[in-house]
Design a protein around this ligand. Sequence first.
Ligand SMILES: Cc1cc2nc3c(=O)[nH]c(=O)nc-3n(C[C@H](O)[C@H](O)[C@H](O)COP(=O)(O)O)c2cc1C
Length: 189
Amino acid sequence: MATNDPPWAQQLTLLLDRAWQCLADGAHTRDAAARYPTLATISDAGRPQARTVVLREANRARGQLAVYSDVHAGKVRELRAHPRASLHVWDAAQRLQLRIAATATVTTGDDVQARWQPLPDHGRAAYGHQPTSGTSIPDALAYTTTASREAFAVLAFRIESLEALHLGEHHRRALFERGDDWAGQWVVP
Ligand SMILES: Cc1cc2nc3c(=O)[nH]c(=O)nc-3n(C[C@H](O)[C@H](O)[C@H](O)COP(=O)(O)O)c2cc1C
C-alpha cells in the first residue's frame, strides 16, 4: 500500500531496531525522548505508581534497561516487594510510543561501585536524603542530601515484552516478546 509512513515503521525487524535506537539515544543523550521514561510500579495496596526517571543504560543484547535511585525511595521498596514494572516512552518526533514490561532487580553496595565512581558530585547528591525520601517534614526544605554510596541503588529491568505503537498515515502496533526471541507480532492499534 502506498504510504508516506517511514520504512522503519512498516517492518517488524526495522520497528524493533528503531525502538532500541530510541532507548539507546535516551541512555546517552540528554535531550533524547527516552531520556526520561515513566516508570510504573505496584504499591503494597496494589495501586499503580508512576513517576519520571532517567534512563541510564539500554542493553539490547541482554534486553535490559537500568535506572539509578535512592535505596530508601518508595519505588525501590515497591520493586523489592513486587518486581514487575512497566516503563513508558513517547517519542513525539518519531511519533513512536514504547510500552515495556519488565522484571526488576535492585543492586546496592560494592556491586554498584563501578557505576557510582564516575558520577559527578551533583549527580551523587541525589542519593542519600536525610530524612529518607517520602518522610513527612515540617517545612519544604527541612532535609539534607548526603551523597551516600550506601544509599545508591541500581535498578536493572529485564525486559519481558516491548510494545511499539507508531502513529503515521496508518497506525501500526507491534508486540515483541523475549519468549519468542523478539520476533514480533503485529496487533490492532
Ligand atoms: C526529570 C526527572 C527525572 C527523575 N529521575 C529520577 C531517577 O532517575 N531516579 C529516581 O529515583 N527518581 C527520579 N526522579 C524523581 C522521581 O520522579 C520521584 O519523584 C522520586 O524518586 C520519588 O518517587 P518514589 O517515592 O516513587 O520512589 C526524577 C524526576 C524528574 C522530574
